[in-house]
Design a binder for this molecule. Structure first.
Ligand code: ATP
Ligand code: MG
Length: 262
C-alpha cells in the first residue's frame, strides 16, 4: 500500500502579534521587553486541521481572504512549524508559495534558476540539464538575462512556476501562481498540471479561481477561519462554498489575548 503524500493531524498554528500601542522609542520598547511588560496577542491562523492527500491526487485549497490557506502551504513546505499537531509530507517538493521567495532581485532570471534550484536542494548539474526547458517554459524572451528586479509580477511568477514544474518533484505546492499569469501562460500551466496529474504527482493548489479548481482538482479542502469546513470531492465542496459566500463575507483569523511569555 502506498502511503499518503500529505498527512495533517490536528495542526494548529498561531501567529504572535504585538498588541502594544503607543511605544514611540526603541528604549521604551527595550525596557518593556526586558521587564516583560510587553503584551502579545495571538492570531489563530490554523485550528486543528486534519486531512490526508493520497499520492497522485490534486487537492484545491479554498476559502476567504485570511482563512489560513497560505499558512497551510507554509506548514506543508516546512517553512512554519505547527504550534500543535503534526504535518507529514512525503516526497521531493517543489513549492511556489510566495512570489519572489527564493529569488534574488539583483541576479538575472537565468542565474536565479540556479539560485532557486540550490534552495530546493537540486544540484548544479541537475539544473544545468533542465536549464533550456525552464527558459523555454518561462518564455521571457530577452528578459531572462535581465535582473529580476526589472520583472513584472507575472514575469516573476512565470519563472517560479517554470522552475517548479521542470525540476523533478513528487509534490507541487502552488499558492495563487496561476492568478497573475496572462491567458496564454495559464493555458500552458493548466496543461502542465494535467500532465503532472497523469504522471501521479501530488498537487496542493491554493486558488480563488473556483472553476479552475473544479477543473484541475480531485478533492477540495475548504478552510474557514483556520478550520476545515469541508473536505471532499472538488465539485461538491466548491458548490457548498459558493452557497455560503452568497450568504455574506467573512475575513481573517481570530485574534485572542496571548498567555504572558516565559
Ligand atoms: N506573518 C504573519 N504574522 C501574523 N499574522 C499573520 C501572518 N501571516 C498571516 N497572518 C494572519 O493569519 C491569517 C491567515 O493568513 P493566510 O495568509 O494564511 O490567509 P490566506 O487564506 O492565504 O488568505 P488570502 O486568500 O488573502 O491569501 C490571517 O488572519 C492573517 O492576518
Ligand atoms: Mg494567501
Amino acid at each position: 500500500m502506498v502511503e499518503p503524500s500529505v498527512e495533517f493531524h490536528g495542526v494548529s498554528l498561531r501567529y504572535r502579534i504585538l498588541a502594544e500601542q503607543g511605544i514611540t522609542s526603541f528604549k521604551e520598547w527595550a525596557i518593556r521587553w526586558l521587564t516583560r511588560r510587553m503584551h502579545y496577542q495571538e492570531l489563530v491562523a490554523l485550528s486543528e486541521v486534519s486531512f490526508t492527500v493520497d499520492a497522485g491526487h490534486a487537492v484545491g485549497i479554498i476559502g476567504h481572504n485570511g482563512a489560513g490557506k497560505s499558512t497551510l502551504l507554509r506548514v506543508a513546505a516546512g517553512i512554519l512549524r505547527p504550534t500543535r499537531g503534526t504535518a507529514i509530507v512525503r516526497g521531493r517538493q517543489a513549492p511556489v508559495i510566495e512570489l519572489g521567495l527564493g529569488f534574488e532581485a539583483e541576479l538575472s532570471g537565468r542565474e536565479n534558476i540556479f539560485f532557486n534550484g540550490a534552495l530546493l536542494g537540486r544540484s548544479q548539474a541537475e539544473m544545468e540539464a533542465r536549464l533550456d526547458e525552464i527558459v523555454e517554459f518561462a518564455d521571457l524572451g530577452e528578459f531572462i538575462d535581465q535582473p529580476i528586479r526589472t520583472y513584472s509580477t507575472g514575469m516573476v511568477a512565470r519563472l517560479a512556476f517554470a522552475v517548479a514544474v521542470t525540476v523533478d518533484a513528487q509534490i507541487l505546492l502552488l499558492d495563487e501562481v496561476l492568478a497573475v499569469g496572462d491567458a496564454s501562460f495559464r493555458i500552458k500551466c493548466q496543461e502542465r498540471l494535467q500532465a503532472f496529474r497523469d504522471a501521479g504527482i501530488t498537487i496542493l493548489l491554493v486558488s480563488h479561481d473556483l472553476d479552475g479548481v473544479v477543473q484541475m482538482c480531485d478533492e477540495v479542502l475548504w478552510l474557514d477561519r483556520g478550520a476545515v469546513r469541508a473536505y471532499g470531492p472538488a465539485a461538491e465542496v466548491v458548490a457548498s462554498y459558493r452557497a455560503s459566500v452568497a450568504e455574506g463575507p467573512a475575513v481573517g483569523g481570530a485574534i485572542e489575548a496571548a498567555a504572558p511569555p516565559g
